[in-house]
Each structure stands twice: as structure tokens, then as C-alpha cells.
Design a protein around this ligand. Structure first.
Ligand code: BGC
Length: 365
């Protein structure tokens, strides 16, 4: 055998052992991630998707817990087992769990997820599922994917493997949770923006195809570009799959909800109250756009994030929160508040109690 034949034989052996043993060190030679197959007919949401969207009801984001760079309390909110009880006992029916998978995986194409980290996510997911709640498990803050600056503690990866890792991560997440109940939903990516505004439709289609290999029926949530803004729904091209829910985020009016928010530059002045008629009109605008889009396209919409930062006056935060909740519910849109115990927190982890104004605005009569 000449050297070329030996190389070929080695490649064949590698590919075979990879397929048979599932021991691939990266995408198998020639592994590709095609788009979701086209459909000759118009596809709309299944009854299962529509009913699930409705059943999501009132939810809360477990924010700043697992989507911080290290996922261990480095953004001030370490996971505590008792939070599961608190959230479920308060009356929330859904929890959204944002996870920065990309920084807990090898930096090569294989993006092998760190088992110890994944087990912590399993525990949290399973604890909420055991309470009968819906769990939306997402991928959050793979910063480099949108061309953002990295956070301190976040590893840079080779640009050549950036998008491949996204697919490999979903391949692993989907396989890991394939046997969980239908109360577990996947959300492909939080707030695609920047360079993803160009690539998102294509990437979502490829990622969904991968998820469907192990989870043929599970509800998957996909949101539009431009930070999941309702205005970007017009550019969203959904793969023709009936088991989808579409998510939007609504932080309008930003000068109220993000006043004093240090991460949003330039930092907005504080002292803004809510809600004038003009501000209420801004709150309703995105929801109205989403409702119209939903009717036209036959997919239910879920409001996956809204909220006002702690630098806003508490009285106004409560008025704003109640206004968004009421307007969403009036349109039959389920929602999840951003977030549990950090800067927007409805819960105060230091005092170990809910902030009564916010809890009342979210779940009161
Ligand atoms: C981001 C958070 C941010 C929040 C409000 C979320 O989608 O992931 O980091 O605090 O939006 O701006």
C-alpha cells in the first residue's frame, strides 16, 4: 500500500469507529449540517404547539445563574435548590433557564460539553419538571457568534469552528434531554443580533434539523434577529416544522426599563417613571406586531423576556410589569419575566424573599 492508500484506510477506519462507537473527536470527516428539508405545502403550528404556548402561562427567567461566563455564581446568583420550590410555590407555571453552553465545552469543533456542568443543568431542569412546570432550556451568550466582545472568563474559539460548534452543542443537548417529558422545550438561541442577523435563518434551520434527529416531536422555540425584537419577525424564515413556538422580547420603552443599566452603552439616565399614555403605546406596539404576525403565519408567539432594571423607581416597575402582563394576556400571549434574583429580580436573594410589588404585579389578581 502506498502512503495515500494508508491515509485513505485510516480515514475510513476513523469514520467507521466514529459512527459505530459514537466516539467522534469532531464532526466526522464529511459531517455536514444541512438545512431543514423544504416542504411543498404551507406548514403551520400543530395543535400541540398552540396548546403548549397557551399552557406556558406565567413564567420567570432564571437569569444570571447559568449564563454567566463560569455559571457558578460569578454574576451574583448561585443556584440554590430551594429556588425551585420558591418559584413553583409562588405560582409560576414556566421557568426559562438561560445557559452559556459554549463556555462549558471544548473550544474545538467537537465542542464536547463539560459533564460536571451539564449535570448541574440536569439537576435544575429535572427539579422544575418534577414540580410539573414547563422548562424552556436555551443557549445564551455564545458572544463570539454574534460578533460581540467576549466577557471576562469567556474563551475565544477559532472562527473556523464558531458556527460548527453551535450545531455540535445542539446535537449534544438534544441527545442528552431526548427522553425528558414534553414539558421540556428547547430554545435555539437567545437574542440573535449583529453578524447573526445575516446568518440566523440559515443557522436556525440547520440546528432544528439536528435537534429533530433525536427529538422528532419536542417543541422548539425560535425567535427573530435583532435581539428577538417583534419588528424583526418580518425577516424570520421558519423551517417548515409544525412543533415550533416563536419568541419575542419586549423591553420597550428602553429609556425606562434600561435606565442606569451599566451594560447598555451609553448608560441611560435614571429617574424615569412609567407609564404615560405614550409609554403604554410603546409597550403595546411590539405585542401588537407579534399578534398580527402570529395570525398571518399560523404560529403562536411567546413573550420570553420583559422587565425593568432595579435602577428604575420600584413603584413604576410594578406599574410597568403589570401593564405588560395584562397586555400580553389580553392578546393570549404567555410570558416569562426577566428575571428571578439579579438586577431585574422579582426575588431578593439577600433578604430571601420576593419583592412584594413585583410578585403582585406578576401573579396578583
Ligand atoms: C440578556 C441579559 C440582560 C437582559 C436585559 C437578556 O437577554 O441576556 O444579559 O440583562 O436581556 O437587558
Amino acid at each position: 500500500m502506498n502512503a495515500k492508500c494508508i491515509n485513505m484506510a485510516a480515514l475510513v477506519v476513523m469514520a467507521l469507529s466514529c459512527l459505530m462507537l459514537g466516539a467522534c473527536a469532531g464532526p466526522a470527516p464529511g459531517e455536514s449540517f444541512p438545512e431543514y428539508a423544504a416542504s411543498p405545502e404551507r406548514v403551520i403550528a400543530s395543535a400541540h404547539a398552540t396548546e403548549t404556548a397557551h399552557a406556558l402561562g406565567r413564567g420567570i427567567n432564571l437569569g444570571n445563574v447559568f449564563e454567566s461566563p463560569l455559571g457558578n455564581g460569578d454574576w451574583g446568583v448561585p443556584m440554590r435548590a430551594e429556588y425551585v420550590n420558591k418559584i413553583s410555590a409562588a405560582g409560576f407555571t414556566t421557568v426559562r433557564i438561560p445557559v452559556r453552553w459554549s463556555n462549558h465545552a471544548t473550544t474545538d469543533t467537537a465542542a464536547t460539553i463539560d459533564e460536571a456542568f451539564a449535570r448541574r443543568i440536569d439537576e435544575t431542569v429535572d427539579a422544575f419538571l418534577a414540580r410539573g412546570m414547563f422548562v424552556v432550556l436555551n443557549m445564551h451568550h455564545y458572544r463570539q457568534l454574534s460578533g460581540d466582545q467576549l466577557d471576562p472568563g469567556e474563551a475565544r474559539v477559532d472562527n473556523a469552528v464558531l458556527q460548527l460548534r453551535f450545531y455540535k452543542l445542539w446535537q449534544q443537548i438534544a441527545a442528552r434531554y431526548k427522553d425528558r417529558s414534553s414539558h421540556l422545550l428547547f430554545e435555539l438561541y437567545n437574542e440573535p443580533h449583529g453578524s447573526l442577523d445575516r446568518d440566523w435563518n440559515d443557522m436556525a434551520s440547520r440546528a432544528l434539523r439536528i435537534v429533530r434527529q433525536s427529538n422528532p416531536q419536542r417543541i422548539v422555540i425560535i425567535g427573530p434577529g435583532r435581539w428577538n425584537g417583534a419588528d424583526a419577525l418580518a425577516q424570520l424564515r421558519l423551517p417548515p416544522d409544525p412543533n415550533l413556538i416563536v419568541t419575542i422580547h419586549d423591553y420597550d420603552p428602553m429609556d425606562f426599563t434600561h435606565q442606569g443599566a451599566e451594560w447598555s452603552k451609553p448608560v441611560r439616565p435614571t429617574g424615569v417613571s412609567c407609564c404615560s399614555d405614550e409609554q403604554r403605546a410603546r409597550i403595546v406596539r411590539g405585542l401588537g406586531t407579534a399578534q398580527t404576525w402570529s395570525k398571518l403565519n399560523g404560529y403562536p408567539v411567546w413573550l420570553g423576556e420583559f422587565g425593568a432594571y432595579s435602577k428604575a423607581p420600584m413603584e413604576s416597575r410594578a406599574v410597568y410589569t403589570r401593564a405588560v402582563r395584562d397586555e400580553a394576556e389580553r392578546r393570549g400571549i404567555s410570558w416569562a419575566y426577566w428575571e428571578f434574583g439579579a438586577g431585574f429580580g422579582a426575588y431578593d436573594p439577600r433578604a430571601d424573599r420576593w419583592r412584594p410589588e413585583l410578585l403582585e404585579a406578576l401573579l396578583g389578581k
